[in-house]
Structure formats: C-alpha cells, structure tokens
Design a binder for this molecule. Structure first.
Ligand code: FE2
Length: 278
C-alpha cells in the first residue's frame, strides 16, 4: 500500500511555528510554504498560542510533529496522549503527524530524551504493532522519523537502515527522513551516509528534516541550533535525487535566529532541491 504515501502532497519548504515569530510569520506567508507544529507545545495550551495556531491552520498547510509518543516503549500507548493528538488533529487538520522511532518513557517514568531501540526482529514487531494501533485511533497519516542516537546495543540483528525499512513497511506508515540525523549517526557510528539514504524505502519518504549540529571532532551533537553544514546539504541533494520532490522542513529549535535568517537558510534549501532535481 505504498501508493498512499506517494500520493501525499509535496508541501514545499517549511518552518517550525515558533513563539518568537508568532506575529511576523503571517506577514511572510509568501516565503513559507508550510508550518510544522510541535505537538506538545500546543496540545495543552489555550490563550494566545491557541489563537495563533487557529490562524496558522487557516492560512498555512500544517503538519504535526511530536517527541513524547514513546512508540517503542514497553508501556501501553498512553490513552490521554493519543486522545490529545486525535483532538488536535480534529481541530487543525494537519496533512500528517509524526514522531520518532525510539522510546522516551518506560515503566511509567518519562526520560525527556529520545532513546534508540535495539535493531532486532522483536523490536520491529513490537513497534509496528503499536503504530498500527495508533493509526487505527488517529484519523491522519502517520510518519516515523529516524532519530539521532549516541549509544548502540549489543546483539543487533540488522543494520539501522534495515531496521527502519522493516518497521515502516510492517507498520505501513510513512517515513520522515531526517537527513541531518543520518549524517550525525553515520559520523558517530562509522557508516556510509549515502548508502543509508540509498537503502531506505524512498516511496515512503513524505517529509524531510534538515538541521544544524555541533561538530566536536570526536563526536557530533544534534543540536538544532546552527546553520546546516555543506555536507548535510550534499546529502540532501543526494536524497532528493532519489526521492523526487519532498516537503522539507528546516529545524532550528535552539538559539532561534530572526525569521529573516531562517528564510535565508530556507532559500538555500530550495535552491539545493531545484539543482538536485534538474
Ligand atoms: Fe528531525
């Protein structure tokens, strides 16, 4: 059933909706194709954020992106959280919603961190079943994102790319391919980033994330707090040449610069994608 994922629209080049730009973003509608909404930032808020969210839903195509689903956890899916997503989906009608292929809680304790899963058949089956359960509850296409990670477990039965493919195919969900995370993980764990991109199911890639990181030499930290480096731009071009046009979002979550700086970075993303396609 991969046609369903191919059929989702290429939304163009988007930005995250950030409090710092609540006023200005609406004046720059012509330069921002879509907005990504951080699920947890809006699910429990009324007042001004809610008003801005409603206006954003009326004026931009929206996508939802979460960090607290904990899809890989051994705890049952949190009913209240899933219900809150479903309510938000109902209210703002995003084109899709996404979260990370990881866990962030276990035995009732929240880690506030994205912890990777072991690349095993058992984990594939566990996550895929939970994604199917989620998709039955929330009436909106769901995408899983490849996270950045700094530890690896012994006993891997497959590579990370094989694991990612197995989960999204078994779950029948879409893929949010974070190209910066591929670069960061490839450098930190010593694999070929381009071979990884070649191995993921391109027909399921519905959205791409690009971001900046901090290169400490012996390790790279995925900070979302800097400009995108040239190597990640090259890897993005390599990706677009294989997937075709895909909605691409600049993630800049820390030390958020003025909107003009984000638009400048987005213009470079746009040019890179156009060059890769031609
Ligand atoms: Fe991301």
């Amino acid at each position: 059933m991969t046609d369903r994922w191919r059929a989702l629209p290429d939304l163009g080049f988007g930005l995250g909706l950030r409090r710092q730009h609540f006023d200005e973003i609406f004046d720059r509608r012509a330069q921002v194709d879509f907005l990504e909404i951080l699920t947890e930032n809006f699910m429990a808020f009324g007042g001004r954020p809610r008003d801005v969210l409603r206006r954003a839903a009326a004026e931009f195509p929206l996508v939802l992106h979460g960090t607290a689903l904990s899809i890989g956890s051994v705890d049952p899916l949190r009913e209240d959280y899933v219900e809150a997503i479903a309510a938000l989906v109902d209210e703002i009608r995003p084109r899709w919603f996404s979260d990370h292929l990881c866990f962030s809680s276990a035995f009732g304790v929240d880690y506030h961190d994205l912890v990777p899963l072991p690349f095993t058949e058992e984990a594939v089956e566990h996550v895929a079943a939970r994604v199917r359960q989620l998709q039955a509850r929330v009436d909106c296409p769901f995408l899983l994102e490849n996270p950045s990670y700094y530890v690896r477990y012994a006993g891997a039965e497959m590579s990370e790319a094989e694991f990612l493919r197995a989960v999204v195919e078994r779950a029948d969900c879409g893929l949010l391919l974070d190209v910066n995370n591929v670069y960061v993980n490839a450098r930190n764990h010593g694999y070929d980033a381009r071979a990884f991109i070649d191995a993921v199911p391109h027909e399921r890639v519905v959205q791409i994330h690009l971001a900046g990181h901090r290169d400490l030499g012996h390790v790279i930290i995925d900070t979302h707090g800097a400009a995108i480096c040239d190597e990640v731009y090259d890897l993005y071009a390599h990706t677009i040449a294989r997937t075709g046009p895909v909605a691409t979002l600049l993630e800049w979550d820390h030390d958020v610069p003025p909107l003009d700086r984000l638009l400048e970075e987005n213009a470079r993303i746009r040019e890179t994608a156009a060059r890769a396609r031609s």
